[in-house]
Design a protein around this ligand. Sequence first.
Ligand SMILES: Cc1cc2nc3c(=O)[nH]c(=O)nc-3n(C[C@H](O)[C@H](O)[C@H](O)COP(=O)(O)OP(=O)(O)OC[C@H]3O[C@@H](n4cnc5c(N)ncnc54)[C@H](O)[C@@H]3O)c2cc1C
Length: 473
Amino acid sequence: MRVVIVGGGPGGYEAALVAADLGAEVTIVNDEGLGGHCVLWDCVPSKTLLTSAQAFNTLETAPSLGVHFEGMPGQEVPRYEVDLPTIMRRVRDLALAQSEDISKRVLAAGVRVVLGRGRVVGPNTVEVRPSGDGGGREVERLEGDAILLATGSDPRRMDTAPTDGEVILSSKDVYKLREVPEHLVVVGAGATGAEYATAFLRFGARVTFVVSRDRILPTQDEDAAMVIEDVFERRGLETVKNARAAEVERVGDRGVVHLEDGRKIEGSHVLLTIGQVPQTNGLGLEEMGVQTNERGALVVDGVSRTTVPSIYAAGDVTAKLMLASVAAMQGRIAMWHLLGQAVAPLRWDAVAATIFTDPQIATVGLSEQRAAETGIEVEVDTLPLAGNSRAKMSNRPDGFVKLLARPGSGTIAGGAVVASYASDLIAPISEACYNRLTASQLSQAFQIYPSFAGSIQECARRLAVRVQGSYRY
Ligand SMILES: Cc1cc2nc3c(=O)[nH]c(=O)nc-3n(C[C@H](O)[C@H](O)[C@H](O)COP(=O)(O)OP(=O)(O)OC[C@H]3O[C@@H](n4cnc5c(N)ncnc54)[C@H](O)[C@@H]3O)c2cc1C
């Protein structure tokens, strides 16, 4: 089997590794370093930036733990200096190193990597135009028994809000900043906006969050969003709610957001985080009869097949759930299916995700809101972290553990964790959700004392008693 993969992000390179493992001859066509936007612009850079911001947790809590900094005993938050050029250099170096590591893994697996832009010119043919100057290479035609499209997404743009990379920024432009903005206006209340707001607030910027609804993170667990709103408020973030941006303009060296209701918000910089658009431009899909939906995303079935049998698609270009882990799983499933492995459709009811605010919000499976909207019956238990001994020791009491179980069986249907390292703490709940364990089973597994994870066990135990009447199997 020959497989041609267009796009080298997690949807593409994880699929390539699986296909190569299974003996296929694999070529990846990618127009930048392997790892794609995920590694070079989105997940890795933003989380590296946020790691620098996390250093403030230590600074902030140190005095209350009895550790004072020279010359400033008792001060709540010690004086600090943010060296943004160093932070941004680290972000860039780390992203490039990660991309390099992925390239090594993929090449070692025997995959051919072609630098250029791919276009589908037949159900089994991809034409590649060399990127940049192309090093004198000709347009190349690649034949495959199957093609996988994993071309990702790009930041959504507004005609009335042209980004200039200096004052009016997209998420990709953030890394050009060399000084902490004096006043950053973030437009868009989703995960990306909340993460950048977290980082720049910690770096000392004045941050205003412009959100079109009556709360931030409107698609997230409401209790979790409330914790973050509360923390943001304590740290001085201003939120302008029910505010829809109509236009953003640059006036001199400042940015002005004009709201639909006539209000104006001015800042030294404006960051647009208004969503992502599937990247299908120039792929030649219409000619090929590959169906797209109203969002411009490729329509796929449970095993990542498009409407053309030899063409599969994975990742953001399918706009299912725009997450690296989902892209990777869709890509692997496509290859398992193509190469005759036993394969089951992706379990959308068990996907885990994190918003890397501070504290973080990690969720898996069914949410309380979704259960209410769809009429799925669930029992819910929520345990605030304030009572957790580890949280008290660390002076990090914000957050909670929430578990959802089906009445009768007690099967874990979903959960949410709001805590400093919620992205890691969600793991046992994710396992329980995926393997359909009961609250009782989750409560029997050992956790460390004292630990944040202890709250998961405690919450599961309370839920088991309520739903199953006991905490035996
Ligand atoms: C700021 C930000 C932070 C994020 N953080 C997280 C996070 O922490 N965790 C998480 O799970 N998700 C995160 N996401 C989402 C995540 O980045 C995406 O879901 C993920 O990158 C999707 O992977 P992909 O393989 O579909 O596409 P990408 O990673 O976008 O890779 C696609 C690649 O294909 C290339 N390409 C496009 N067209 C062509 C063509 N015609 N020919 C050749 N190459 C082409 C692109 O240039 C790109 O390199 C974040 C998103 C943003 C915007």
